[in-house]
Design a protein around this ligand. Structure first.
Ligand code: MN
Length: 259
């Protein structure tokens, strides 16, 4: 059996004793620094929170919004972009006007909260995978998104914005069912800016889940922002946003001064 030189043994002992000293101050961890705390949302009627795994967003899912963006809606299949889960913000927050933009837009959306994972989910089974629904705001640096489109670059700077995925309390489908129609609205400082019906979505919730799950193993905790109707627009510091989807709930956001 090979024996390490005495000097190595001493070093090992030193390290061990050093670690033990350290242990008194702070518990040992397998991580170099504290991993981020889970990001989560409140759930109506229960104290347990909904931990967010990923955030998928559907683009151009209402005809009139696609038109106001100057593009044709994609009828054959939905398309997606993503936001990091750490960019989630709970309803009622005040967030600073973000850097790098002079056209920060609201997009009021119905959000689907996945409660049961699945891969290649049949459209007829899709609703079994939905835990509930929430109202969300897909806040967007529109000028940077437009510049990216122009140059055929990814949308990340326009869409994957810090504190840009705002969501209200999740209403469990067990309580509210699966809404397929109802008014979706957004007011800025009390003035209605967006008003449509979720029944006018091009790709409905079941179609989106069936399609998205061909590309991703959907997991409990995934959120899907289902797209915004027409009437998007820019906000400024001090603006108060309030959105609602009939039968689902509300979402609120206040814009603070730029950092
Ligand atoms: Mn959107």
């Amino acid at each position: 059996m090979r024996r390490a030189p005495a000097i190595e043994d001493n070093r090992w002992i030193k390290l061990v004793s050093h670690e033990h000293e350290h242990e008194k101050e702070k518990p040992l961890s397998e991580f170099l620094f504290a991993p981020p705390a889970p990001v989560s949302l409140t759930v109506a009627g229960q104290s347990a929170r909904f931990p967010i795994h990923r955030i998928f967003c559907v683009g151009r899912n209402y005809e009139a919004h696609a038109k106001e963006m100057g593009v044709a809606a994609d009828r054959e299949a939905p398309f997606y972009f993503t936001k990091a889960a750490v960019h989630a913000v709970e309803s009622g927050a005040t967030v600073p006007y973000p850097p790098g933009t002079s056209s920060y837009h609201y997009e009021m959306e119905l959000v689907v909260a996945i409660g049961k994972g699945g891969f290649r989910i049949a459209e007829t089974d899709a609703l079994d995978h939905v835990f509930g629904y929430a109202c969300g705001l897909d806040m967007t640096r529109r000028d940077l998104q437009a510049a990216a489109k122009e140059k055929q670059r990814p949308w990340d700077l326009g869409k994957d914005v810090e504190q840009s995925a705002v969501a209200g309390t999740i209403a469990p489908a067990a309580s509210i069912g699966h809404p397929s129609s109802g008014t979706i609205e957004l007011r800025v400082n009390g003035v209605t800016k967006q008003s449509a019906d979720i029944s006018t979505m091009i790709h409905g919730v079941t179609a989106i889940i069936a399609h998205l799950s061909k590309y991703y193993h959907l997991q409990a905790g995934d959120l899907i922002y289902t797209g915004t109707p027409e009437g998007v627009g820019a906000v400024k510091a001090g603006d108060r946003l309030e959105g609602s989807v009939a039968g689902v709930g509300t979402v609120e956001l206040e814009l603070g001064a730029a950092e």
